[in-house]
Design a protein around this ligand. Structure first.
Ligand SMILES: [Zn+2]
Length: 327
């Protein structure tokens, strides 16, 4: 039996001003489009600028590499070949979304490296080595960070440098509650980087809007994402799941026009390696809205405190899966 459709609850709409500087941070190629294709288009249409930073190459998606290489046991070269393809797909998707006006950084880190860089490979003399490609530094020649060691301190420095260079007014980044280690890890790295950046620039005004997006959750969210076949959901909103803890923050959404929805679909179509294996999942994000949890770092509530609070909520959530709804 199918679950009854969720009752659409109107979320407050996100205000996008003229000339915003949007920074989208993505763990893997496609997350920037899944989460923020509409936001990117609306910022550009309002005369703003967009920078999109994709941290890993997504080169360790084993099922997809098996499909792509036609091998049951892909080699390191197959994983590298797959990573190169995904980086190229990201480039084409950004070109479609921004028509040449998205500043794209493909850092090229190993898939799966973000969380382990945060928790166990912080220093440059102990970088994270991918068990798939065999590299402990960025192997992709076309990546911005080619040759960089895969460690937490270097990634954090890189993100702070990007913030310093971009001075974003809006930052879209993965929620630390995400059910994927790279996603949750980049959520933490983002908060740390924003914290460090603002410490170095205490007079920075305006402070950026912090928009946490969600890609991986539980119970088959969003509807249709595990149906095995791509569907057209574009006449329905994409609301955040009701069991995602609010944590004292608010939610904000943007509505996409039919043209913006079509461009999002076209950009996602460039991710051919992903469409082949998870077309149902990608199509479930092509909907009439994009929603975010909006953090409020202002009013004396420093990002440091926000970060600490999120760490605690994350820990409680992981330790007590049955009480998730109560958090
Ligand atoms: Zn991802």
């Amino acid at each position: 039996m199918l679950a009854s459709p969720a009752i659409a609850v109107a979320e407050p709409s996100l205000e996008i001003g003229k000339g915003e500087r949007l920074l989208v941070l993505a763990p893997h190629p496609d997350d920037e489009t899944l989460s923020s294709a509409g936001l990117i288009q609306q910022v550009l249409q309002q005369g703003g600028s967009v920078r999109s930073t994709v941290v890993t190459s997504g080169d360790a998606y084993v099922g997809a590499v098996m499909l792509d290489s036609g091998k049951r046991n892909p080699s390191a070269a197959d994983y590298l070949d797959f990573g190169e393809k995904r980086l190229e797909e990201s480039r084409r998707a950004a070109e479609i979304l921004g028509k040449g006006f998205v500043h794209l950084d493909l850092l090229g880190f190993s898939d799966g490296s973000i969380y382990s860089a945060l928790v166990s490979h912080w220093r440059r003399n102990n970088p994270m080595r991918s068990e798939f490609t065999g590299f402990d530094h960025v192997p992709y020649r076309q990546a911005e960070d080619h040759g960089f060691a895969q460690d937490g301190q270097d990634l954090l420095n890189e993100l702070v440098a990007i913030l310093q260079d971009t001075k974003p007014t809006i930052i879209a980044f993965p929620d630390v509650m995400e059910n994927d280690s790279d996603h949750a890890g980049l959520g933490m790295f983002t908060l740390l980087a924003v914290h460090n950046w603002l410490l170095q620039n205490p007079t920075q005004r305006p402070q950026p809007k912090l928009l946490a997006y969600l890609i991986h959750w539980q119970h088959g969210w969003p509807t249709g994402s595990n149906w095995g076949i791509a569907q057209d959901w574009s006449d329905q909103p994409l609301l955040l799941p009701p069991d995602l803890p609010l944590r004292g923050h608010s939610r904000a959404c943007i509505n996409l026009s039919p043209a913006q929805i079509n461009l999002k679909r076209a950009a996602l179509a460039e991710y051919k390696t992903q469409q082949r294996i998870m077309g149902d999942f990608l199509s479930a994000f092509v909907r009439s809205s994009e929603c975010f949890t909006q953090l409020k770092p202002r009013d004396g509530k420093r990002i440091e405190q926000v970060l600490e609070h999120w760490r605690q909520v994350r820990k409680a959530f992981d330790n007590h899966p049955l009480s998730r709804r109560k958090i």
